[in-house]
Write a protein that binds this ligand. Structure first.
Ligand code: ATR
Length: 273
């Protein structure tokens, strides 16, 4: 069996082994997928060792995505712009190649699984860290009317606006602080890590309209802090990041194996785990 793994620190709670095993079962691909905890000071050694013993592909998670991007000898176009990689493999000449399937996963979950139209939409993105940078290009490629990046540290949102200006032709891309927006958006995507500290970005309730689609890139067993806030403001369409998690995995699987697994049955299984 071909060997794959997810590398992170910590890694014991990762759902990737479960997701990829379900994909393998579903598609009949003969592969094994494990979880590896890399030491915080030796991600590179862990990656090299894995591929040297014949490993075919790695997923990379917190806190190593930027290092994975650095380490690779080459990057796909979407990984290049993302500044981080969640997918590694060796190409046919043995070069370590970095890809990033997170943005594709987010867009597929929104558009395919939740039926959200992004073309022409007014989108509010919360956060300006690695998670947001990783998804901006695929979001902009959907041709929304506008993407407003709101962040605690305004300068970081402004930097992203500059960085993604070339991808934003025809899209009104702008930066602001959390308290500034005061009109309803079509789609609000939370890409901050605020809820990890049980915090909420101090948004005006006016950003939530009756038809606003709220998407938290985080996933937890209970409703996330951010989604609960949105529900309390009257939002009716609230989604967490479980679908994105499965979709980014499906895209990595496709990159490695040339076969795209169906994600809905796997989302269903995980939801009931
Ligand atoms: P990630 O890889 O999850 O994106 P990151 O690059 O450290 O991690 O970015 C975290 C994001 O969450 C940033 O936008 C951060 O805001 P700052 O740029 O101002 O640091 C945001 N964030 C983290 N904790 C937050 C909190 N308690 N309230 C609001 N925003 C927060």
């Amino acid at each position: 069996n071909d060997l794959y793994a997810v590398v992170g620190h910590p890694i014991s709670h990762s759902k990737s082994p479960r997701i990829h095993s379900l994909f393998a079962q579903q598609t009949g691909e003969a592969l094994e997928y494990t979880a590896i905890q890399a030491p915080l000071d030796d991600f590179a050694g862990t990656v090299t060792e894995f591929f040297d013993r014949g490993g075919k592909g790695l997923n990379v998670t917190v806190p190593f995505k930027e290092q994975a991007w650095q380490l690779a000898a080459q990057r796909t176009a979407r990984a290049e712009k993302a500044g981080a990689a969640n997918t590694l493999y060796r190409d046919d000449q043995g070069r370590l190649t970095a890809d990033n399937t997170d943005g594709c996963g987010l867009v597929r979950d929104l558009t395919v699984n939740h039926g959200v139209g992004l073309a022409g939409a007014r989108i509010l993105v919360l956060g300006a860290g690695g998670a947001v940078r990783g998804v901006l290009e695929p979001l902009l490629a959907e041709r929304p009317a506008s993407v407003t990046i709101a962040n605690r540290t305004l300068a970081k949102a402004e930097t992203l606006v500059q960085l993604f200006a070339p991808e934003a032709a025809g899209v009104a891309l702008s930066a602001c602080g959390f308290t500034e927006p005061d009109q309803p958006f079509d789609v609000i995507i939370n890409g901050t890590s605020a809820s990890l500290q049980g915090d909420l970005p101090p948004l005006s309730p006016a950003v939530i309209g009756i038809d606003t689609v709220v998407y938290d890139m985080m996933y937890a067993l209970q409703t996330t802090t951010f989604n609960q806030w949105a529900l309390d403001q009257g939002a009716r369409h609230v989604h967490d990041g479980l679908g994105m998690l499965v979709e980014q995995a499906a895209e990595s699987f496709r990159v490695w194996r040339g076969v795209r697994p169906r994600s809905e049955p796997v989302i269903e299984v995980l939801r009931n785990d």
